[in-house]
Design a binder for this molecule. Structure first.
Ligand code: NAD
Length: 573
């Protein structure tokens, strides 16, 4: 596992300073922007400098920086290059008591506010209910009137695959515990697919848990790139070889990860025909997007690209037909004894919209495994060393051990992450911390920044957190009180974090194939070591996780109700 070798330092260091991709001009295919390192400020404060580095970082680690795409085929950091450069200019020039407003990746205005207010407020891809359709989204997208920010792309909170790696690690660990009463995946065979920005975390997470992973990916170049980064061990074009590698490792109880370059559905149907049933089956192809993401059976990636421009409707129809077969194959696997779950990529909805609603028999991963954690405000928290110094992450890893010695899952994860997670972009760490834990962590880190032990740190999280997402087919499916689609919760979360003084707050809704499916909220705070920041960090961390606990308590989850009472959350009477 090495540092991301796709970051050609030579590109940024050997060119003239007026020709730096992503700084002086757009990034061209094959080029990378390297986020600023060091302690020198370009902006007027660490609060804006930190956010600028987070923006640069999502392009440094993103999938297609030349198109400003961070992940999931269309999730963008900014609307277009003109918007991107204007955001940079605004962040560097802004005073420390003003707020930059960004609408779907386009900066619109800077307003005088006050020093305790957020420096950046973002709304991405929000459409009025009846108009929140894929068709209307693309109509606006084609006119460059809207952009989709994914969850963490458009608000600069993505840190590469580590972000989803821990979620994947915890999800598979929980599934193994629930179904096999095992703490790891030793001797277990997991089938999933897709090595995209998110999906590429899967083979590593399964391998880290001691299991066997078969992860088909249609894009051969991408598969080799993932292999070069140490995310998957074996890449082969021969399906028989891939299956043999997996069954052999399962029989021996060895950890192994294998990618077959080909279509997930072909692999699943072949396994079924041969009666080879994995222990767990799921999927993380880009099924949310039938036009730009998911690849139909029978087409090469080049043929799909051609059809995308020549006959997009035909491509969408073919993709959805394959998705129906995909869902049916997962159901057949479940019938044959595999544990099958939906991994939040809208595959079941796409199949339903193409006339096959049966996929909803598959449980979504959040309901099946993660809800007890959300009820305690535990979720995908993360921090980023803005100076670029890996020693800061080592310091904070040690701090988690000191602050939470009895939290076994956190201890296990941090140890595993130190060993196996390669650095990608600015050094970062995810750790699923809960209510009060995040506050303690952020305050202790801020004090370390103040002492000069470490450089400034950005604290942020994925949107898939307790109080910050309404997504009836991923996050909030089948809630006890039926409030799956109520988006008041993430909207109020964003308002609360704004009132509490976060540095960046974002409200996102789905775009592309996700249009109309979700609303979520993101938050980032920069720990610059000041006392004023300590106050804001305490308020924001407590509010953000406290709101999550209250959301689940309100929906009727007993564990959340207990946490609420224990921590004195709620109305106070
Ligand atoms: P991505 O677009 O970066 O990658 C998807 C990959 O799937 C691509 O490499 C593509 O070539 C491959 N692919 C497409 N169709 C295929 C097929 N039929 N067979 C094999 N490979 C195929 O997307 P991503 O960022 O990895 O995200 C994957 C999905 O997961 C998206 O739908 C995303 O919205 C969803 N997601 C889930 C979570 C979660 O927590 N579970 C979080 C974020 C995103």
């Amino acid at each position: 596992m090495t540092t991301d070798p796709t970051t050609p330092e030579s590109v940024t260091t050997q060119r003239m300073p007026t020709d730096r991709p992503g700084i002086d001009r757009p990034i061209l295919p094959g080029e990378r922007l390297k986020a600023q390192r060091g302690l020198e400020l370009r902006a007027k404060s660490w609060r804006t400098e930190g956010l600028l580095r987070m923006l640069e970082n999502v392009l440094e680690v993103g999938e297609k920086p030349e198109e400003l795409v961070v992940y999931a085929a269309l999730g963008k950091a900014a609307r277009d290059w003109d918007s991107y450069f204007k955001i940079r200019r605004a962040l560097t020039g802004m005073d420390t008591d003003s707020t930059l407003m960004i609408q779907s990746g386009k900066p619109i205005g800077v307003f005088p506010t006050h020093s305790g207010a957020p420096r950046v407020l973002i709304a991405n891809s929000n459409l009025v209910g009846r108009w929140a359709t894929t068709e209307h989204f693309y109509e606006l997208y084609d006119k460059n009137k809207i952009a989709w920010g994914g969850l963490t792309a458009g608000c600069w909170q993505y840190i590469g695959f580590q972000g989803v790696l821990q979620g994947t690690f915890e999800t598979f660990a929980a599934a193994s515990k629930v179904h096999f009463d095992q703490d790891d995946l030793k001797g277990r065979f997991v089938f999933t697919a897709g090595l995209g920005g998110m999906g590429s975390a899967q083979p590593l997470a399964i391998w880290m848990l001691g299991g066997v992973a078969l992860v088909p990916e249609v894009n051969g170049e991408r598969a080799l790139e993932r292999q070069a980064h140490g995310l998957v061990q074996h890449v082969t074009h021969d399906l028989d070889e891939a299956i043999a590698l997996c069954t052999d490792a399962r029989a021996k109880g060895e950890a192994r990860s294998v990618t077959w370059v080909g279509n997930a559905v072909e692999a699943l149907e072949t396994l079924l025909e041969r009666g080879i049933i994995p222990d767990i089956v799921t999927d993380m192809t880009s099924a949310h997007d039938a036009l730009h993401g998911y690849q139909p059976l029978g087409l090469t990636t080049a043929q799909a690209a051609q059809m995308r421009s020549d006959d997009p409707d035909k491509l969408i129809g073919l993709a959805r037909e394959t998705m129906v077969r995909h869902v049916k194959a997962l159901l057949n696997m479940e019938d044959a004894g595999a544990v099958a779950f939906d991994y939040g990529n809208n595959l079941r909805s796409q199949a339903r919209d193409h006339g096959f609603p049966g996929g909803f028999r598959l449980k979504v991963f959040t309901e099946a495994y993660l809800r007890p954690l959300f009820s305690r405000g535990i979720g995908p928290f993360r921090w980023v060393a803005l100076s670029g110094d890996s020693a800061d992450i080592a310091y904070l890893d040690a701090l988690t051990q000191e602050l939470f010695p009895d939290d076994a899952p956190v201890q296990r994860w941090v140890r595993a992450a130190r060993l196996h997670v390669p650095e990608q972009g600015l050094p970062a760490r995810t750790a699923w911390l809960g209510h009060t834990q995040r506050t303690r962590m952020a305050l202790a880190a801020n004090a370390a920044v103040a002492r000069g032990d470490i450089g400034p740190i950005a604290f942020t999280r994925d949107h898939l957190d307790a109080g910050s997402m309404a997504h009836p087919n991923i996050m909030t499916e089948n809630l006890k009180d039926g409030t799956d689609a109520v988006s008041d919760w993430p909207l109020l979360n964003a308002l609360l974090n704004t009132a509490s003084g976060a540095d960046l707050v974002a409200i996102h809704s789905g775009g592309g194939g996700y249009a109309g499916y979700m609303t979520s909220a993101g938050v980032t705070c920069i720990a610059d070591g000041s006392e004023e920041t300590a106050g804001r960090l305490e308020r924001v961390m407590n509010a953000d996780t406290g709101w999550g606990v209250l959301r689940y308590a309100d929906a009727g989850y007993g564990e959340a109700e207990e946490t609420k009472k224990r921590e004195g959350l709620g109305l106070g009477f």
